[in-house]
Write a protein of this length. Structure first.
Length: 456
């Protein structure tokens, strides 16, 4: 192409002087020096600055890129940018990595990465609820709302209400009703944006059945009958879509619910001992880590792993085996390990809150002590944030039957701002923008804690 252009130029230069002057003026931008060599390539792109202003969780970040020698764009989420002109990202729920790319034809592109980490303001926004809330369940829906199911709501019987909380308007809307009132039940989110609701205390003496709740519409369908009554149990969705129910009051059994048949089936092999208020955590390989749970027998296996493929239990080695830990929290980390936080021990004189943290390593099948919380805490209500830290709110502490205090662990422990009033038996649910919805529970006198909170 260059040879053809140069040939055309030489041809035109043999024409009249007037034609030559007209042609040279109109083609100066083509760089005729290139025909015989000696031209300059375009300047290489450069990046002088790529930075973000401080941003809080639940807000958009402001990015500024200063660059030269080419066109710039920021990936993902942003697109084309101008040098020195700030741009906004979508709302950030946790750390997000952005890449600035500056490029010009004929030169290698320049890139620079920037990780934006929003910080919590460490404060609470008060939230009014239409009714008192105790012993309910709450689940995050895919559309960003939170579904609140049943519980005790200031009436003589358990509530069958299904409400949706909209974070944008901070309002609750009644979207459906369970077939029976329930309290201290479990609600497990399924892959199709429905939830399996099982067990707890029910308003109807004949209501031992489970229910399927559509988290979008509030529609309710029957989901079958558990083989054993379940209260104070744990429930977890498996990788294949089934749901595992674990233990409960005076129970060492587990059973499986199949979404295809909506039937429950008791697993032939039982756990090492009964487990009341245990935890069940899905591992990356599809197995389930079962930890703790109180019972009155002479011996206690602290943890075991259930394999849904073989329906067998595998022992977990731990220097703390035999410890009677219950009402703790577990969270699976990005690397596949599991943290076990707080809880309480049964002693000869009652129950002792714990500040110890254990870590389960699936590679070695061991459960080892790792660290401590800022204070002993039972009835732990917590969540694992996008920043890899666990935040814990309220519960029971040594000095408070319903604690105001809150803390974080990750793996160092630190106190967070205290809630305006104490809460126990409440729910803690992540919002889509990274903030935390705290609802209901008991106050220090055992009554209903007022309203709710948004932690940001």
């Amino acid at each position: 192409m260059r040879d053809l252009t140069c040939f055309h130029v030489r041809l035109m230069m043999s024409a009249s002087a007037h034609t030559r002057r007209h042609f040279l003026a109109s083609t100066a931008a083509l760089g005729l020096a290139g025909c015989g060599g000696g031209g300059s390539p375009p300047a290489a792109p450069g990046i002088q600055r790529f930075e973000a202003a401080a941003v809080a969780v639940g807000e958009a970040a402001r990015l500024t890129a200063v660059f030269s020698g080419g066109a710039g764009r920021i990936e993902p989420d942003v697109g084309a940018v101008q040098s020195g002109v700030p741009v906004s990202t979508p709302v950030l729920a946790g750390p997000r990595r952005y890449t600035l790319i500056v490029e010009v034809l004929g030169q290698p592109a320049q890139r620079r990465e920037l990780t934006v980490t929003p910080q919590y303001r460490d404060r609470y926004l008060p939230l009014a609820t239409p009714e008192p809330l105790q012993y309910h369940a709450a689940l995050a829906a895919r559309d960003g709302g939170v579904i609140v199911l049943g519980g005790s709501r200031g009436l003589p019987t358990m509530s069958e209400a299904i409400d949706r909380f909209d974070p944008a308007t901070r309002r609750f809307t009644r979207i459906g009703s369970l077939a029976t009132g329930r309290a201290q039940h479990t609600a497990v989110a399924l892959a199709d944006d429905r939830a399996l609701v099982v067990g707890g205390q029910v308003s109807l003496s004949s209501a031992g059945f489970a229910e399927l709740v559509d988290l979008r519409s509030g529609a309710v369908e029957p989901a079958g009958w558990p083989v054993r009554p379940r209260s104070r149990h744990a429930a977890v969705a498996l990788a294949d879509g089934r749901v595992l129910l674990v233990g409960g009051l005076d129970s060492a059994s587990v059973e499986l619910w199949d979404p295809a048949t909506r039937r429950f089936r008791l697993v032939a092999t039982a756990m090492q001992n009964a487990r009341e208020f245990p935890t069940a955590t899905l591992l990356a390989d599809g197995r389930v880590l079962i930890v703790g749970g109180d019972h009155v027998g002479p011996t206690q296996r602290l943890a075991e792993v259930f394999d849904p493929r073989t329906e067998r239990f595998e022992p977990v080695a731990s220097p703390l085996d035999g410890e009677r830990r219950a009402m703790h929290a577990t969270h699976r980390l990005a690397d596949g390990r599991v943290w076990v936080l707080g809880g309480e021990l049964r002693t000869d004189t009652g129950f002792q809150p714990l500040d110890t943290v254990l870590v389960f390593d699936p590679a070695t099948q061991t459960l080892q002590p790792q660290g401590r919380l800022d204070t002993p805490r039972s009835l732990v209500r917590s969540l694992l944030g996008a920043d890899g830290q666990v935040r814990l709110f309220g519960g029971f502490t040594a000095g408070e039957p319903a604690a105001r205090s809150a803390s974080r662990y990750g793996p160092a422990a630190a106190a967070l701002a205290a809630m305006p009033a104490g809460r126990a038996w409440h729910t803690v649910t992540p919002l889509a923008d990274g903030r935390v919805l705290i609802l209901g529970g008991d106050d220090a006198q055992g009554g209903a804690a007022g309203g709710g909170l948004i932690y940001e």
